[in-house]
Design a protein around this ligand. Structure first.
Ligand code: GLN
Ligand code: ZN
Length: 770
């Protein structure tokens, strides 16, 4: 209830159409280049700041000219918006302040580490592929308004003639995303600092008000996930207090990546002026909103243009959703469903994508145009934009008609029966595999990739540029594969790999070889800091026109008597790291990808590969934010993996690799994959994961990583031996595999060679003692 007295203030200018955030890395990744040049000492701070300012000004003026009613501000960041928030709140851990660097270098030290000061932990931003830096808070953390970035950028835009709406991470989500500092007591929770934090937000609102800011956007995406009563009470307390600040800007609270559930009712009862809802990821919000009388006096931003995917909007459906809200809220405006941080800038530059497919796509610039158009239709009636609506309708109809359909694939999927996803009994398989492979206990292997040398990268680049013939390219890759095979034989590994020299990226490589995908030239999106990825676009039915990896893997196998492991990326990971079609359930798309991979798995088996690994490092990444949705997801995800892998005989050994060690909600799903061997990250968590596996009765092969490849440090033999012994305490030797905890492609041979020798030697020692 709003019995908190809100200061009467003049009604703000209506928001109008808007987007919740915008890409910030630069149309040609100018910021990435500038930041990396600065780190390397090639440019100075002034130059870096000039690049930042030019990206900001281009963004602001571009959004204004495109016709947005409200231009978002403060969406720029040199590295990460959560770190920006921590800096603004004066919550940078001491170990970085003590370095005595200037503010920007302190900021980068927190992001990347410096000397003994380890960087802030990085983790996934909700269910997106963006990663943020985790603030560290403790009972001693004192907040203070320590940086005026939101105000400064507002003024900077004003000077360019653009009035912006500063976007700031909200106080409750900030605390919920933070973690307990290492020296804080076990029972400390960051949310307990809310009362200490709110005065700083109050101060910020006052300063923004003084600067003339009319609207400020506070992001609270944490409420698109399940939240406790305590979290909801914190939300209520925070916005009751913030809306009571005198002479503040009008408050827009944005929740995205799903429906806000009960948080919506909480916000409706506070004195905030507007809420933004994600009607793409959380379409049920329309119903939730309908019953909320508190909204009658508020503005609702209807997030109907998908901020996370790259498809053109179904404008009629979007208008329908907005229209339903008209009777519910004081006023309704159109916006993107989420910040546009997750999509590339401009689809018009993608001249190599088939024009039909391209016509289905909308990147950030096109989405802004859609938002503007929808707002015009909403306010002026559809008559005004009839032509545009008709054009969009036609494109959409084209997309949903035959284009991209593969009837053969659909028929195959329809004909699937449970036995296509089921292998024989594990004990029988294990015996058949042992007969075929004859591996010792504590068998050693690696996860797939070997260091990508300059030679390899050069060969791939030359081929892309058309300056290397296909034959010459293959010859060079074969030389590399042979080198990697001999190297592994020399070290004494039991199950070898071909080293993946032909792969730029584990998903892009498969996308390039499967039908139904398109690659972009400029479609970069920020993954974290200066790191960008260019996700493939999965636009049609997926099929495999020809074997993909069979030549490379069978060539590798022809060079050695030891088993070589075929190496594929799993269906869920391919989906997770692509832009995926939104016109059919994800489960159906996953099944198509799985079916294509199933063909590859069988071809590898037929070519003589006795071990085949199907990587699923992203299995946990697609886990829905709300627990109620998880079982359904895991069921189709597990089904897809099994469809891909269950086509082989008992004697063929299926491995899978998962990139993390905290399984939580997915542990049973991992068992459900029914892989013969599962390799996981464990070196950093000292084998804790094995206890979890034991608990669920997992009884197949397991390879907990004994060498942390994320660090350049070479482990000593004793250290690896210690980890092997710890693992042996939980898993019998016959089922235990000894391997690094991920692929080696980012490492160099000077580290990899001694580390792998240590690994083999630790295995031999433990084997002798069995
Ligand atoms: N096979 C891949 C590699 O070794 C796995 C990478 C990953 O788990 N992310 O590089
Ligand atoms: Zn991995």
């Amino acid at each position: 209830m709003t019995d908190v007295p809100t200061t009467p203030r003049p009604a703000p200018t209506p928001l109008g159409s808007t987007v919740l955030g915008y890409p910030r890395i630069g149309r040609d990744r100018e910021l990435k280049r500038a930041v990396e040049a600065y780190w390397a000492g090639r440019i100075d701070q002034d130059e870096l700041r000039r690049v930042g300012a030019s990206i900001r000004s281009e963004t602001w003026t571009g959004l204004l000219e495109a016709g947005l009613g409200s231009v978002p501000g403060n969406t720029f960041s040199y590295y990460d918006q959560v770190l920006d928030t921590a800096v603004m709140l004066g919550a940078v851990p001491d170990r970085f302040r003590r370095l005595g660097l200037d503010p920007l270098d302190t900021y980068f030290a927190a992001a990347r580490g410096r000397g003994d000061a380890a960087p802030l932990e990085m983790t996934k931003w909700f269910d997106t592929n963006y990663h943020y830096l985790v603030p560290e808070l403790g009972p001693d953390t004192e907040f203070s308004l320590s940086d005026d970035k939101p105000v400064a950028e507002y003024r900077e835009a004003r000077a360019l003639g653009v009035t912006t709406r500063p976007v700031v991470l909200g106080p409750v989500t900030f605390l919920l995303l933070a973690k307990r500092a290492e020296d804080a007591p076990e029972d400390f929770t960051p949310l307990s600092l809310l009362d200490r934090l709110l005065p700083v937000y109050e101060r910020l609102l006052t300063e923004l008000g003084e600067a003339g800011v009319e609207w400020v956007q506070l992001d609270e995406p944490a409420f698109a996930a399940d939240r406790s009563e305590g979290d909801l009470a914190a939300l209520r307390a925070a916005y009751d207090r913030l809306s009571a600040v005198a002479n503040r800007p009008a408050l827009l609270v944005a929740g995205y990546y799903g429906d806000l559930g009960p948080a919506l009712g909480v916000l409706a009862d506070t004195g905030v002026e507007a809420v933004a809802v994600d009607l793409v990821a959380g379409p049920s919000s329309v119903d939730d909103l309908t019953g909320l009388s508190g909204l009658r006096t508020k503005t609702v931003l209807a997030g109907v243009v998908d901020g996370r995917n790259i498809w053109r909007t179904d404008l009629d459906a979007a208008l329908g959703a907005c229209a339903t809200l008209l009777g519910v809220a004081g006023s309704v405006h159109v916006s993107s469903s989420a910040p546009l941080l997750h999509v590339p800038y401009d689809v018009r530059r993608e001249t190599r994508i088939d024009p039909t497919v391209r016509s289905w796509l909308a990147f950030a610039e096109q989405k802004v145009a859609e938002v503007v158009l929808l707002e015009r239709a909403l306010t002026g009636g559809t008559g005004e934009v009839a032509e545009e609506l008709a054009g969009a309708r036609e494109v959409l109809a084209g997309r949903s008609s035959a284009a991209g359909r593969n009837h053969q694939v659909r028929a195959q999927i329809d004909a699937l029966r449970p036995e296509h996803r089921t292998r024989g009994d594990y004990e029988v398989r294990a015996k058949a595999q042992q007969d075929k492979l004859g591996l010792p206990p504590l068998a050693t292997t690696t996860i797939g990739s070997f260091p990508q040398t300059d030679d390899i990268r050069r060969a791939r680049a030359l081929r892309r540029a058309g300056r290397l013939s296909e034959d010459e390219y293959r010859r060079r890759m074969r030389i590399e594969i042979e080198r990697v095979i001999r190297f592994q034989e020399d070290i004494g590994l039991d199950v070898l790999v071909h080293g993946e020299p032909e792969r730029n990226d584990m998903v892009q490589y498969f996308a390039e070889h499967l039908d139904g995908f398109a690659a972009t030239e400029h479609g970069w999106v920020q993954s974290y800091g200066s790191r960008c990825v260019r996700p493939p676009i999965l636009h049609g039915d997926v099929s495999r026109p020809a074997p993909i990896t069979v030549d490379w893997s069978s060539y590798a196998q022809s060079l050695t008597d030891r088993p070589v492991k075929g190496m594929l990326t799993g269906p869920v990971t391919i989906l997770a790291w692509s832009f995926v079609r939104d016109d059919q359930p994800l489960a159906d798309t996953a099944a198509q990808v799985a079916l294509a991979l199933r063909g590859e798995v069988r071809d590898l088996e037929a070519a003589g590969l006795r071990v085949i690994q199907v990587d699923e490092p992203a299995l946990r990444e697609l886990l829905p934010l709300r627990a109620a949705d998880r079982a359904a997801y895991l069921s189709w995800a597990v089904d897809a993996f099994r469809l891909a892998t269950a086509g082989v005989s008992d004697g063929t050994q299926i491995h899978t690799h998962l990139c993390y060690s905290e399984f939580g909600d997915v542990i049973e799903a991992i068992d459900g994959l029914d892989a013969d061997v599962t390799t996981i990250e464990a070196a950093r968590s000292r084998m804790e994961v094995l206890a979890d596996l034991h608990e669920i009765g997992y009884r197949r092969g397991v390879g907990p990583g004994v060498y942390d490849i994320h660090s350049p440090r070479v482990p000593a033999v004793e250290e690896v031996t210690g980890l092997v012994e710890a693992a042996l305490a939980a898993v019998p030797g016959q089922r235990l595999w000894i391997n690094p905890d991920c692929g080696l492609k980012t490492r160099g041979y000077p580290e990899v060679e001694p580390a792998l020798r240590a690994l083999v030697s630790a295995s031999a020692t433990a084997r002798a003692a069995l």
